[in-house]
Ligand binder design. Structure first.
Ligand code: ADP
Length: 595
């Protein structure tokens, strides 16, 4: 026979057809079918079977030749190790083909083979029914993607060199087809996963955990080929005393022991910095050293799930719940893109749960604060009112007693103490009133006038205390707009504090000025001064300096709190500059009246 005679024109034509289809078709099943049929019809093999590697399993994807054989073996799953490992290790290498002669096969393996109905011949060049010829299918980068098996070669003869070379060309095309399909699938999976993660990110800002979890479960279920998605969020604190769960295709249920066990495991892993999703597999019994493995295994077995991923729902190392995706035997192992996506989904959901909880806690605290504030105001108002009435009567009767000639020492003691209580009550009333006030009366007021009135009010007190009070500097009017009742209270308070906390022989200098759009009243004394620690809390209600000398002087610690609130209601503020043992300067700043 000449080389020309053996040239297989039909085979080459089919190969050309196949090559065209491989580069143009997007339908993998169709292309693999074409290749398998091409090997049978073009090269004359009785059977050509192409299987795809899914995880560690070879899945029969296309069969050319006899329809009955096709129906028998299509979809068949074989552990990859059996063919690619054990059989290849005893095979002859024919280029990229692997030939396992019948007499080399271990007997236990024969039972799992498809064996053609073919008579055994004595001619060593004849094909034996137990001979096996395979070709591993590789991607261009050398990744194993599947396997092609052929049987019943032309004329039932062991293929010659030229036949092998032609077969190799079909094999290469099958590899390219699988690689193209794998790329397409990977791309579409990445797109789907990306969309699912985007959907999860859009859930942020939600107020309710459960519907958000359900939506997330639906998004993941749509993006991943899985049999079950379960999301669970553990009960937390007073604001969230509930376990939440969601799942697809139906909401998840699990007994308390399993949930608690998984929680302990995930918290343990997270503490050790292991936050990546954990693999669960019935196939190789891998349960990532989880203590809850027996419980999980039972659930997987009961539901027909064979493998899955378990990821914490959490923020940094805090585990707030878990996310589990499960597959059955028919479904492939999880690839690294999917593991990354589940990891990211766990973190995204962690942020979501934490944010919802923070907002809840915030809302609760705010409500509690409002309630406390209302209660405090009510309490102060009630107590002050209840004290004020009897005090007025005591003071009145004290005056009568004095006139009637009762011991003047006792009467003045009663009067002094009643007056002190009266000041406390008045301050409490002012404080409570100003806290609740949002609107002020607005009239034009002169800050210089206000200071003169305060000095007049304090004249006798200052004389008795031996403290000089002076209005210094420019005394031309400085006009502001304010409340004629509240604003003078601030100036009174600053001036009376200066006199009160300045020992005999000291000085108080009051000055008024306008600078830019602001009017200032500055009250400077040569008194006790205030330590920098005390200055921090000076304007808080009921705060009094810790300085023992200041504490011997009667006071309520309310004056400055009231004054600052009034100043702020006027759009101004009060500043302090003080040094312990040297003196203090309090400055009230109020926007000037616009001319
Ligand atoms: P009260 O004087 O009734 O205690 P304030 O709120 O007016 O309440 O003042 C708070 C505290 O600030 C005072 O108790 C006092 O210790 C300190 N203080 C206020 N003004 C001065 C001042 N001019 N010099 C020294 N200490 C002062």
């Amino acid at each position: 026979m000449t080389r020309f005679d053996t040239f297989n024109a039909d085979g080459v034509r089919r190969l050309y057809e196949v090559t065209r289809r491989v580069s143009s078709s997007a339908d993998l099943a169709e292309v693999l079918d074409e290749i398998a049929r091409g090997v049978c019809e073009g090269l004359g093999y009785g059977v050509a079977a192409i299987s795809r590697l899914e995880g560690d399993t070879l899945v029969m994807a296309a069969v050319g030749g006899d329809d009955a054989v096709r129906d028998e073996i299509i979809g068949r799953r074989t552990p990859a190790e059996q063919v690619l490992g054990r059989e290849f290790s005893i095979a002859d290498h024919w280029g990229i083909l692997r030939f396992v002669p019948h007499d080399r096969l271990p007997p236990e393996q024969i039972s799992s083979l498809w064996v053609p109905d073919l008579a055994v011949s004595d001619d060593p060049t004849d094909w034996h029914p137990l001979d096996a010829l395979y070709a591993p299918l590789y991607s261009s980068t050398g990744t194993l993607l599947g396997n092609m098996a052929v049987d019943l070669p032309p004329q039932n003869k062991i293929p010659n060199q030229q036949q092998r070379e032609l077969l190799e060309m079909f094999v290469v095309q099958a590899g390219v087809a699988l690689e193209n399909a794998q790329r397409r699938e990977q791309l579409s999976r990445q797109v789907k996963l990306g969309e699912a993660l985007k959907q999860l990110a859009l859930l942020s800002g939600t107020l309710e955990i459960e519907p958000a979890l359900q939506e997330a479960a639906e998004a993941l279920y749509a993006a991943l080929p899985v049999a079950q998605v379960t999301l669970r969020c553990f009960a937390d604190n007073v604001d969230d005393p509930q376990n939440y769960s969601a799942g697809m295709p139906s909401p998840a249920s699990a007994d308390d022991d399993t949930v608690a066990g998984v929680r302990r495991d995930l918290v343990g892993h997270a503490t050790r910095g292991r936050l990546r999703p954990l693999t669960l597999s019935l196939r190789d019994g891998d349960f990532a050293d989880l203590e809850s493995a027996p419980l999980l295994r039972a659930r997987l077995e009961a539901n027909g799930w064979t493998h899955g991923l378990l990821a914490p729902i959490g923020v940094e190392r805090e585990v707030l719940g878990y996310l589990v995706v499960l597959r059955d035997e028919e479904q492939p192992a999880f690839d690294p893109d999917e593991v990354d996506a589940i990891h990211e989904a766990g973190r995204e959901l962690g942020r979501l749960v934490r944010d919802v909880r923070l907002r809840r806690t915030e809302r609760r605290l705010l409500a509690e604060l409002r309630e406390l504030d209302r209660y405090k105001g009510e309490l102060i108002a009630t107590i002050s009112h209840e004290l004020k009435t009897p005090l007025t009567s005591i003071i009145g009767h004290t005056e009568l007693l004095e006139e009637a000639g009762v011991h003047p020492g006792s009467v003045s003691a009663i009067g002094r103490n009643a007056a002190r209580l009266d000041r406390l009550v008045s301050n409490l009333l002012n404080y409570s009133r100003i806290q609740g006030r949002r609107e002020l009366e607005r009239v034009q007021l002169d800050l210089v006038e206000m200071c003169r009135a305060s000095m007049e009010m304090l004249r006798i007190q200052a004389e008795n205390a031996g403290v000089t009070v002076e209005l210094c500097g420019d005394t031309s009017p400085v006009l502001v707009v304010g409340d004629a009742e509240e604003l003078p209270r601030v100036v009174d308070n600053l001036c009376s504090n200066a006199v009160k906390y300045t020992p005999r022989g000291g000085r108080v200098e009051i000055s008024v000025s306008a600078s830019g759009s602001v009017g200032e009243v500055s009250v400077r004394d040569t008194g006790l001064g205030i330590s920098s620690q005390d200055q921090v809390h000076l304007f808080s209600a009921f705060h009094r300096s810790t300085n023992p000398a200041a504490l011997t002087i009667p006071g309520t610690g309310l004056g400055l709190a009231i004054s600052r609130t009034i100043a702020e209601l006027h759009g101004g503020d009060i500043a302090v500059d003080s040094e312990l043992g040297v003196g203090s300067t309090f400055t009230l700043r109020i926007p000037l009246a616009t001319p």
